[in-house]
Design a binder for this molecule. Structure first.
Ligand SMILES: [Mg+2]
Length: 239
């Protein structure tokens, strides 16, 4: 709670929403390997999963894109998705420590700073399913920073996730946050497009696997090669 004496100078409350893969951490294919294994177990094929680019996509859309070529309808996939998820989370949980999961420079310090601020609501906006997001973040004890999020189970496409985050904030904090006071941080052109689609502030980071020139060409509101310059990043919140 804010102290009453601070109320006059009270800062505007902002939501800061982080993508996970390529932005917070690199799980070195732990996620895709587990998803491929679970998909084979569940559907007896991976379809074209090994050939598609996972970047910026929700887990749900990765499944649809991979399996539709094998004749599976969205409904077929949906019907078995609880089995698939169970297997995926099991494989991921079991194997994640065998992969070298790395957290990108500056991230942990930024999360510590942001989570200490009463004017910041820190959340996730990711294509990961809720549970796989938890498993990935847990490998470096980062779950504790995030009280809410919008996930790959919530919508098939990323552009719909800011609305979900807004709804979660309203439920959790009894607060309506305008998208102009929402900052979306991600490593792909899809994160930037999703922020723009919502009318949120877009922050692109070049730590992911994509071409950084392409990322800059999307004209994000802010671009960083990485987030190692914490003070520079924190300035965004003052604008
Ligand atoms: Mg990403």
């Amino acid at each position: 709670m804010l102290h009453p004496q601070n109320n006059k100078r009270r800062k505007k409350i902002k939501a800061v929403l982080f993508d996970i893969d390529g932005t917070i951490l690199n799980c070195n294919r732990a996620g895709s390997s587990a998803l491929i294994k679970a998909t084979v177990d569940t559907f007896e094929t991976v379809g074209k999963m090994e050939a598609i680019d996972f970047q910026g996509k929700t887990d749900k859309s990765i499944l649809i894109e991979s399996l539709s070529i094998m004749g599976f309808s969205d409904k077929d996939i949906e019907e078995k998705s609880h089995i698939l998820k169970e297997k995926y989370f099991h494989y991921l949980e079991k194997s994640i420590n065998k992969y070298e999961v790395t957290v990108y420079p500056g991230i942990k310090d930024i999360l510590i700073k942001l989570s200490a601020r009463e004017d910041i609501l820190l959340g996730l906006l990711t294509g990961n399913f809720t549970e796989s997001a938890r498993i990935k973040l847990n490998s470096h004890d980062l779950n504790r920073f995030f009280k809410f999020g919008a996930f790959g189970d919530d919508a098939p496409i990323r552009d719909l996730l800011p609305e979900v985050a807004k709804k979660r904030i309203a439920e959790l904090y009894d607060l309506v946050i305008d998208f102009k006071d929402t900052i979306i941080i991600g490593d792909t052109i899809y994160d930037v497009r999703c922020a723009k689609y919502a009318g949120a502030v877009s922050v692109a980071v070049g730590t992911g696997w994509g071409d950084s020139e392409k990322l800059k060409n999307e004209n994000p509101d802010y671009y960083f090669d990485d987030l190692s310059n914490i003070d520079e990043f924190m300035k965004i919140l003052e604008d």
